[in-house]
Design a protein around this ligand. Structure first.
Ligand code: ADP
Length: 488
């Protein structure tokens, strides 16, 4: 299967969240399974700085706002693989600091920048002679691929390709003023409630959902949740209309990046057969954080500081937990919102119990997940969540809110689930400090029983979250997208 995967970020080139992890890993998994994926993404300034060995493979011309914009297609491969990647170079759009925003504000021309990506990707496949069977778009940034294929390339052979749209987070909808119909170059008669219009604006995500042959999100639970007003962020009606074509595929883990047996960032290697390295990682993390080397339960969290992630819920729970349990806590948070000040105050008050790092730090993320006994995710909603999967693999028992992908990937520990070998973590329902504290306390109590705790850790560590299984699910969806085009 020839699959053009179009996305705005991919690890390790450019990453702001889980989307990049997925897009960096899925093509490699498809490639290993013998298929022909081609990843297409923008050539951002931060990628140019990597000085990758790239070849100019083609030039493209993309109409944006009625003017022809030029771009170069630079070809390379994903690190550790021969899987090809094409970067679309247009310095006016991409030679900037942030991917989507800078100094706290969104780039004003994001609509044009990502229309260029979506249409440029289709043009790139044409120029390269890559006859994609399927285009796989991700989130609002490349959602226009599907409407472009149908509305602008209908008479071209490429217009017969199937289109799959993956929604990684329905809260981000690519909403722009109505006049941006001219920016993206789609006739204004499509600016209506059934197509591009979303509450008097244009939504690129909505247009993608409407026009894609198949839509999926990153867990079965989240797929159901986003059809409801509580989680749909206004998109629930559009998604319910596509119910028959809406699927859930849980993400996998990129083993070459997240594996405690060969992780260059962590203090010692370990795995389910030998857990001794885990203790070394724990001590090393305590040292790095200036926390006393106690046997106390050490909990970790690595996150964007977004309301979604419930860091405020954790901040509310910590004082009580520090009083009632010997807990130590390490948090790495990126972004800046109200909760940052609350965390700083707590860290100043509980110096030997809490260490907080602000910023984006890949190495520290690995060290926290390897060193922690427990890993916290009190998310208000969670499409899939990757860090709880990493935590499972690294023997950091996840304590999660029962929502979306967290519900699908963590099995709450009870006497029965522990006995049956299914238990992998702890889950709670309400997004409140009380419910989180009660759940952490449950975990702290079980940790006193070394045998039960080890069993729980090993249950999680021995699970298979490799990308192969998820990639096979995607192949099914590609086949379905082609069938709905009458092409398979
Ligand atoms: P989301 O995509 O909503 O941010 P996920 O759990 O799906 O959440 O993926 C988050 C990814 O980003 C993980 O790979 C995680 O390790 C990484 N990450 C998040 N915040 C940070 C941070 N502050 N520093 C380093 N890595 C981070």
């Amino acid at each position: 299967m020839k699959v053009a995967i179009v996305a705005s970020e991919a690890a390790p080139f450019a990453k702001t969240g889980g989307l990049a992890d997925v897009v960096g890993a899925l093509p490699k998994a498809l490639f290993r399974l013998g298929h022909e994926p081609l990843l297409i993404m923008p050539y951002y300034r931060r990628i140019a700085r990597l000085n990758l060995p790239l070849d100019e493979a083609a030039r493209i011309e993309v109409p944006i706002a009625g003017q022809i914009r030029h771009g170069r297609v630079l070809e390379g491969s994903l690190p550790g693989s021969d899987c090809p990647v094409c970067f679309l170079e247009n310095d006016a759009y991409y030679d900037r600091e942030g991917l989507y925003n800078e100094n706290g504000g969104d780039h004003a021309d994001n609509c044009a920048r990502f229309a260029f990506l979506s249409r440029g990707a289709i043009e790139a496949t044409r120029m390269l002679g890559f006859d994609a069977h399927v285009f796989h778009a991700h989130d609002w940034q490349s959602a226009l691929v599907a409407p472009y294929l149908r509305l602008l390339y209908g008479s071209d052979p490429i217009g017969r390709a199937g289109a799959l749209l993956t929604i990684h987070n329905v809260a981000y909808q690519g909403v722009f003023p109505g006049w941006d119909m001219d920016t993206i170059g789609i006739d204004r008669r499509h600016y209506n409630m059934r197509e591009f219009e979303f509450w008097n604006n244009v939504s690129l995500l909505k247009a993608g959902i409407v026009y894609a042959d198949v839509v999926n999100t990153v867990s079965p639970s989240y797929a159901r949740e986003i059809e409801t007003p509580e989680f749909g962020c206004g998109m629930e009606g559009v998604l319910r209309d596509r119910d028959a074509a809406l699927h859930g595929v849980v993400n996998g883990i990129d083993d070459s990046v997240w594996n405690p047996a060969g992780d260059p960032f962590i203090a010692a290697a370990y795995g389910p057969d030998d857990l001794s390295g885990k203790q070394a990682c724990r001590r090393s993390l305590q040292r790095q954080c200036g926390l006393p080397p106690r046997k106390a339960p050490l909990v970790g969290m690595v996150t964007r500081l977004a309301h979604q992630k419930g860091v405020d819920v954790l901040a509310g729970a910590l004082p009580g937990l520090f009083q009632q349990t010997p807990l130590q806590c390490v948090i790495l948070g990126d972004g800046d919102n109200g909760v940052r000040a609350a965390l700083e105050q707590l860290a100043a008050r509980f110096t030997d119990r809490l260490k907080v790092f602000f910023g984006y730090d890949e190495r520290l993320a690995h060290r926290i997940i390897a060193g922690a006994d427990m890993y916290l995710m009190p998310s208000r909603f969670e499409p899939c969540g990757l860090t709880q999967l990493y935590a499972l693999k690294y023997g950091a028992v996840p304590v999660v809110r029962r929502t979306g992908g967290l519900k699908d990937t963590v099995c709450d520990c009870t006497a029965e689930t522990l006995a049956s070998g299914n238990a992998t973590g702890f889950a709670f329902d309400e997004a409140t400090p009380g419910a989180l504290a009660a759940c952490v306390t449950r975990a702290v109590e079980l940790q006193r029983d070394v045998r039960a705790w080890t069993r729980l850790m090993l249950n999680g560590m021995s699970q298979d979250w490799s990308w192969e299984a998820s990639a096979r699910r995607y192949l099914d969806l590609y086949a379905e997208a082609r069938r709905s085009r009458g092409a398979a």
